[in-house]
Design a protein around this ligand. Structure first.
Ligand code: APR
Length: 248
């Protein structure tokens, strides 16, 4: 347990606001690949060919193939929220203070686990938007260059509602506002390689003097920036950590 019981008592008595950051590691045990592990997505695909605005201009068919494949994976009935997702939804429901969950993940497992105060800062795989009319809508099927927009009817403008490299993540103002006020910052299942998410721990430490905790399979690139840490699988670490916070 990375936090001492007396510190937990203080945080709970003061009902401090909590900000949680999650990454692909929290969904690994649900059967979804991470990005940078040896069997990760970036071992199979080149970022520059599938996850940049330039890639979508140069080869939209490959980009659609890449996201259609991941969207189809998410429709697999065997892919369900795991004990770590469920524990975070419980923390939100039972913690006496605010809990904001910021995920880098584009899957819908936090949503399905019951998390409400949730920001998908890198977008959502089960949504698309139109470059012609700015429509943003839910979408579970395959997408192709020829697919007409359900709103404006034009083809060629529909794209996955995901944040590509070189694009601005979503709801950054709301995220920085919460980081600047939190008493506890928890990072789960992320390698700490991608900014601005990898810089959140420093904002929480320096602006809010928050307690910072890393829960991950292994030390992340930013491990030394955290006050407290525990290493292991998310489904082993997170439920126990939440139970301790809630004084089960
Ligand atoms: N439990 C906990 N942590 C795990 C588990 C597990 N079962 N399995 C893997 N991890 C850890 C890995 O050790 C690694 O540190 O999860 C982390 C996953 O790191 P990445 O693959 O780099 O994923 P993430 O940090 O979410 O990537 C950030 O990069 O590619 C972009 O936009 C994409 O949102 C993504 C961003």
């Amino acid at each position: 347990m990375p936090l001492r019981p007396d510190l937990i008592e203080i945080l709970r008595d003061e009902a401090v606001p909590i900000v949680i950051l999650t990454g692909a590691g929290i969904s690994k045990e649900s059967g979804l690949h991470t990005f940078r592990d040896p069997d990760g997505i970036w071992a199979k695909y080149d970022i520059a060919e599938v996850a940049t605005p330039e890639a979508f201009v140069n080869n939209p068919d490959l980009v659609h193939y890449f996201y259609n494949d991941r969207r189809a994976g998410l429709r697999d009935p065997a892919i369900v929220p795991n004990a770590a997702h469920l524990a975070l939804a419980r923390l939100e429901a039972e913690w006496p203070g605010d809990v904001l969950l910021v995920t880098q993940n584009v899957d819908d497992l936090h949503d399905r686990a019951g998390s409400k105060n949730l920001i998908h800062m890198h977008g959502e795989l089960l949504k698309i938007r139109c470059n012609h009319c700015d429509l943003l809508t839910v979408w579970a099927d395959d997408l192709a260059r020829e697919t007409p927009c359900p709103s404006c009817g034009n083809a060629g403008g529909l794209r996955p509602h995901v944040v590509w490299f070189g694009e601005m993540p979503l709801e950054m103002e709301r995220i920085y506002d919460a980081l600047g006020k939190c008493g506890l910052f928890i990072s789960i299942g992320t390698s700490g390689n991608v900014y601005p998410a990898a810089g959140f721990v420093q904002v929480a430490r320096e602006e809010a003097e928050a307690e910072t905790v890393e829960l991950n399979l292994e030390p992340s690139s930013g491990a030394t920036l955290f006050d407290h840490s525990a290493y292991g699988a998310a489904t082993d670490l997170v439920p126990g950590f939440v139970a301790a916070l809630l004084k089960d």
